[in-house]
Write a protein that binds this ligand. Structure first.
Ligand SMILES: NC(=O)c1ccc[n+]([C@@H]2O[C@H](COP(=O)([O-])OP(=O)(O)OC[C@H]3O[C@@H](n4cnc5c(N)ncnc54)[C@H](OP(=O)(O)O)[C@@H]3O)[C@@H](O)[C@H]2O)c1
Length: 335
């Protein structure tokens, strides 16, 4: 499956393919469940295809609602305190009822998604009480499923379902779900059911341990917002060369794609190019001088990236320790 699944797990950050962990809980008779509830399912998690209720008609809640429904998983209801967002959700997900809070749909759904800001998950959970047979899921990349425990009663399950997608705009996010990673963690066999759901929307389910979520999420933030910050610094510098934002993107996007493709094909260390790997201190000095005059706002990020590059080049034996020290000293007196 995914490259990270094949590596030996780090102590606190362990991810493995969900498929490997799927299992039917002891004593569960999937067919009996189907007869009882009148719906079918592809795998042996014994939970069938549940009626879904989504709390939060924001970016993630709305996109997931549309994606689940399009994949044939019934979205029965949405809870949003905002009438306009409820109406938009209803238009996008026909058949879903709109209520103001989760208490309004609790007895009409089996699987509840909390797609609300991380800080709201705790307070919301404290007010919820699940019925036996129900499951509660949140979409936070940081928090473990265990934060949902206060809502649990006997015979309920909790999990987290984190799609690794930048939910900036509805149609783009729906498109980006295809092939995206969905990190799962929580109770079995709910995780197995969520793996089916992730696959149904075209994503790739991956199991992650609760203790690894903060590191996993920090990396995601660097890959999304951090990368946007890097782009902003690139555009700032390009302005010094007379390029506007569109010009900067046109000029540097192909180079970014080349670097990414090289890293994917050759590995990160081998994809390194430029003055740092060559030990060209004079070039780095000229960059720092130009940035001081034309784009001082880009200096900090340039220096942080350069220090990381020095360590990378030194670590793979591509840079002598003397050259590395010369570059570090130069970056240290940049102000
Ligand atoms: N944005 C991303 O790219 C992304 C990616 C993966 C995962 N996530 C995770 O998905 C979750 C939702 O993120 P989002 O980007 O969709 O947020 P969002 O666009 O801000 O939407 C949040 C929704 O939750 C509702 N809400 C806000 N505060 C609430 C409260 N105190 N009680 C109940 N409902 C409340 C909002 O208001 P109304 O009730 O008024 O509608 C809104 O509908 C977060 O856990 C986030 O970490 C985000």
């Amino acid at each position: 499956m995914r490259a990270w699944d094949d590596r030996p797990p780090e102590p606190a950050a362990h991810a493995e393919p969900v498929a490997a962990a799927r299992q039917t809980p002891p004593g569960t008779d999937a067919h009996e469940h189907e007869r009882e509830h009148g719906h079918s399912h592809g795998r042996d998690h014994g939970l069938g295809r549940p009626r879904i209720g989504i709390v939060g008609a924001g970016r993630v809640g709305t996109v997931l609602g549309v994606a689940f429904q399009r994949a044939g998983w019934p979205v029965a209801a949405v809870a949003s305190r905002d009438a306009e967002r409820r109406a938009r959700f209803g238009a996008l997900v026909p058949g879903a009822i709109g209520v103001t809070g989760p208490e309004g749909f609790l007895d009409a759904v089996d699987l509840i998604f909390l797609a609300v800001p991380d800080d709201a998950i705790g307070p919301l959970t404290a007010e919820l009480r699940l019925y036996s047979g129900q499951s509660l899921v949140h979409t936070s990349g940081l928090l473990p499923a265990a934060v949902l425990a206060p809502a649990q009663a006997a015979g309920t399950m909790v999990a987290s379902f984190h799609p690794l997608v930048a939910f900036a705009e509805l149609e783009r996010a729906l498109h980006d779900l295809e092939g995206a990673t969905v990190a799962l963690e929580g109770d079995e066999p709910l995780v197995a059911l969520l793996a089916d759901l992730a696959e149904a929307i075209g994503a790739v389910p991956v199991r992650i341990e609760a203790g690894g979520k903060a590191a996993y999420h920090a990396a995601a933030v660097l890959a999304a917002g951090g990368f946007v910050a890097l782009l902003d610094a690139i555009a700032l510098l390009a302005r010094g060369a007379g390029l506007d934002e569109a010009g900067a993107l046109a000029v540097y996007a192909p180079l970014i794609r080349q670097s990414l493709a090289n890293a994917e094909a050759l590995g990160i260390a081998a994809a390194q190019t430029g003055p740092i790997v060559r030990g060209d201190a004079g070039t780095v000095e000229a960059h720092v001088e130009a940035m001081r005059r034309l784009a001082p706002g880009a200096l900090e990020l340039y220096a942080a990236a350069a220090r990381r590059e020095i360590a990378l080049a030194e670590g793979r034996g591509g840079l002598s320790s003397e050259a590395a020290e010369r570059l570090r000293a130069l970056l240290a007196k940049r102000r």
